[in-house]
Structure formats: C-alpha cells, structure tokens
Design a protein around this ligand. Structure first.
Ligand SMILES: [Zn+2]
Length: 208
C-alpha cells in the first residue's frame, strides 16, 4: 500500500513512501533490470524523439546551444544532440556511474525529460536542476500534468505509479510555484511539455 497525498493549496500530488529510501533501495526495487518492462520507451524511443524535436526546432541555432540532459539515463539524448551538431551536450544521471558527476560549467538548454515526477524531494531537485542554467537559457521539461478530473479518478490515473517511480505529480500551479521559486517563468505548451526560463534565450526568441 503506497498512499498518495494532494496539497489543497497547489494540487501537488505526492507520496512520502520513498522519502527515506537510499539510492541502493531505489536501484533494487524501482530502477532495476525489470524497469524497462514498466517504461519501454526509456532506452531509445524517447531520446530519439526528443533529439529530433530539438534539432528540427532549433536547426539554425544548434552550433550555439550548450545542453545538459538532467536525469539523462543512458546518455542517449546528449549523444544524439552531439551527432546533430549541438556545440556541447552533456548528461547527468545519478543512477548511471558513467554520468554520476555533474558536468562542469553552465548551460543555455537544460532538458529534464520524464524526471520531475521521480523526485522524492522536488524542491531540492528543481533547485539543483536550475542551478547550472544560464540567465539567458531555458529548461525543456517533460512531465505530465494532472488531468482535470484527478479528484474523480484519484490514484487510478495511469501516470501515478509507484512501481515506475512516479511519486511527485504536478498540477499547473505546483509546477509554476516550484519553478517560480527559482526565478523561472513557466510556459506549458502541451500537458506534458513545458519551457521555463529566467530570460528568454536566443533560440526561443521567435517562439516564446
Ligand atoms: Zn502545495
């Protein structure tokens, strides 16, 4: 039994079940060899799709983009971005020994694809996410916002799933609040796709 709670002020939906888990416990019970079965798009489909979207969307700017894929799993997205001509593309991923230390420097594009919903301590996580972001830079965040009927369907919402580590589920308001705490303006373009920035970067200027 994994109980979830929902904040009456901002709609943030979360469980405290994992609050005291160590990385070793997460690796043994959630991010283990069966994880691919509960999230089959993790290894290839998702990084390929996002790399395509970024390279298509910002074609003329790629040589000036310095990107960090935060929580980037296998490192595939950054690898594809480098191959497409992005000036710099790095990965940080605490559960992958190859990418466990945060790359040096700062970045004008930080992607955070299907990561926020995994954070047991979202405030600290989002502070860490925003720290290497340049003032003129943006975060590309993918996390699915709660549907309008969340209070009817409650924990039967498909995206709420302790087995695949979906433990911090945002509403539009909670996402805006937590990013606002880092001085970031939020623009949601699809229920699962969001941009956040302090100052609009060059590559978004015609789109923002
Ligand atoms: Zn709240």
């Amino acid at each position: 039994m994994v109980p979830y709670f929902r904040c009456q002020a901002c709609g943030f939906l979360f469980t405290r079940f994992f609050d005291h888990w160590t990385d070793v416990e997460f690796q043994a019970h959630v991010y283990n060899e069966d994880y691919a079965a509960v999230d089959p798009e993790y290894a290839n489909v998702r990084p390929t799709g996002w790399a395509q979207a970024i390279t298509d969307g910002f074609q003329t700017h790629l040589a000036n983009i310095e990107a960090l894929d935060w929580g980037g799993g296998t490192g595939r997205l950054a690898e594809l971005l480098r191959a497409s001509g992005v000036r710099r593309a790095e990965t940080w991923e605490p559960f992958n020994p190859d990418f466990a230390s945060l790359p040096e420097g700062d970045f004008n594009l930080i992607s955070c694809i299907e990561v926020l919903e995994h954070l047991p301590d979202p405030k600290t996580g989002i502070r860490d996410l925003a720290r290497p972001l340049r003032t003129e830079g943006a975060m590309l965040i993918s996390t699915l916002l709660q549907p309008a009927n969340i209070l009817e369907i409650r924990t039967a919402w498909w995206y709420l799933a302790p087995r695949n580590g979906h433990i911090s589920l945002h509403s539009a308001k909670s996402l805006e609040l937590v990013l606002g705490g880092q001085g970031c303006h939020l623009k949601t373009i699809m229920p699962h796709v969001h941009w956040a920035w302090r100052q609009v970067p060059f590559y978004l200027k015609n789109q923002a």
